[in-house]
Write a protein that binds this ligand. Structure first.
Ligand SMILES: [Zn+2]
Length: 96
C-alpha cells in the first residue's frame, strides 16, 4: 500500500468524524498516540509496537488530510533526493 492509498483509506474511515472535531483537538489524540508508541518502545513491548506505529501514522494522515496536505507528496518533496541538508544518502551531517 502506498502512503497516499493509506491516507485515502484513513480519510474514508475517519474524515467526517475527525474534521468535525477539528485539527487542534485531533492533534491531542495524535500526541497521545505518540506517547503510547514511546511507552511501547520504552517497555520493549514488541507485541504492541506494530499497532502503535499504525496508530501514529493514521493520526498523522488524518491531520494532514484536514490541512489539505498529501503526506506522500510532502515526504517525497523533502526526502526523495536524500538528506535535505547535506543532500547525501546516507546523511553525512554531523550530530553537533
Ligand atoms: Zn544530512
Amino acid at each position: 500500500m502506498k502512503i497516499s492509498e493509506f491516507q485515502k483509506l484513513i480519510e474514508d474511515i475517519y474524515f467526517v468524524k475527525d474534521s468535525t472535531r477539528g485539527p487542534e483537538k485531533s492533534f491531542l489524540w495524535f500526541a497521545e498516540e505518540v506517547g503510547e508508541l514511546a511507552e511501547a518502545i520504552r517497555k520493549g513491548d514488541k507485541e504492541n509496537l506494530p499497532e502503535e506505529f499504525a496508530d501514529v501514522l493514521a493520526w498523522l494522515c488524518t491531520l494532514a488530510s484536514m490541512m489539505d496536505i498529501s503526506v506522500e507528496e510532502a515526504a517525497k518533496q523533502k526526502y526523495a533526493k536524500g538528506c535535505p541538508y547535506c543532500h547525501s544518502t546516507p546523511c553525512k551531517c554531523s550530530e553537533a
